[in-house]
Design a protein. Structure first.
Length: 187
């Protein structure tokens, strides 16, 4: 009887701890023509954090995934913003590609904080093929790129925007962009 008295509270505590386990953070990865790679995120990162990112296929489309580590911090750029919550976007250098292998690219990434118990297991699962559904969505509007991440219930979790200073062919779902813009207006 005494055991049953504590069973429900203990089950609720365990459920809360599992639910509150840190989820990976969305990031926007950029590859420049000279092979420099940068990840943009609203989180403060360390060199031990893991980045799981899309990369360019030979034809230029996004392919999943490559595991990377941060090599240093970069200067803040004004062309990348957090459209959902207005937080500061930080830029971190990643290992560069050889110039011969570099294909200019912008895509999605997930950041796994070092020291979090399940980060290595989650990263391995992502690299094993489950990432296509987990990596944030990436699309373009007429003047830039959007990184969009929705939670399990469809609630907006991240919306990073990179302004290009030139026109591109839009690929974004307008209804989704509008929904995220409305959520950002509530910040």
């Amino acid at each position: 009887m005494a055991f049953e008295k504590y069973l429900l509270p203990m089950a609720l505590l365990v459920s809360a701890l599992v639910a509150s386990a840190a989820q990976p953070t969305a990031g926007l990865i950029e590859v420049r023509p000279d092979g420099r790679r940068t990840v943009f995120t609203t989180e403060r990162l360390s060199r031990n954090d893991h980045i799981v990112a899309q990369h360019a296929q030979a034809q230029g489309g996004a392919k999943c995934c490559v595991s990377l580590r941060i090599t240093g911090m970069q200067r803040r750029r004004t062309d990348v913003s957090d459209e959902l919550k207005g937080r500061q976007v930080r830029a971190y250098a990643l290992p560069p590609l050889k110039t011969a292998d570099a294909v200019p690219f912008v895509g999605g990434a997930l950041v796994f904080k070092a020291g979090e118990r399940d980060s290595v297991a989650a990263e391995r699962a992502l690299l094993g093929g489950a990432a296509d559904k987990t990596i944030p969505q990436f699309c373009t509007s007429s003047e830039g790129a959007h990184l969009l991440q929705l939670g399990g219930g469809g609630e907006p979790q991240a919306h990073l925007y990179m302004h290009f200073s030139y026109d591109v062919e839009p690929t974004c779902n307008e209804a989704l962009l509008e929904r995220l813009s409305e959520a950002g207006a509530l910040k």
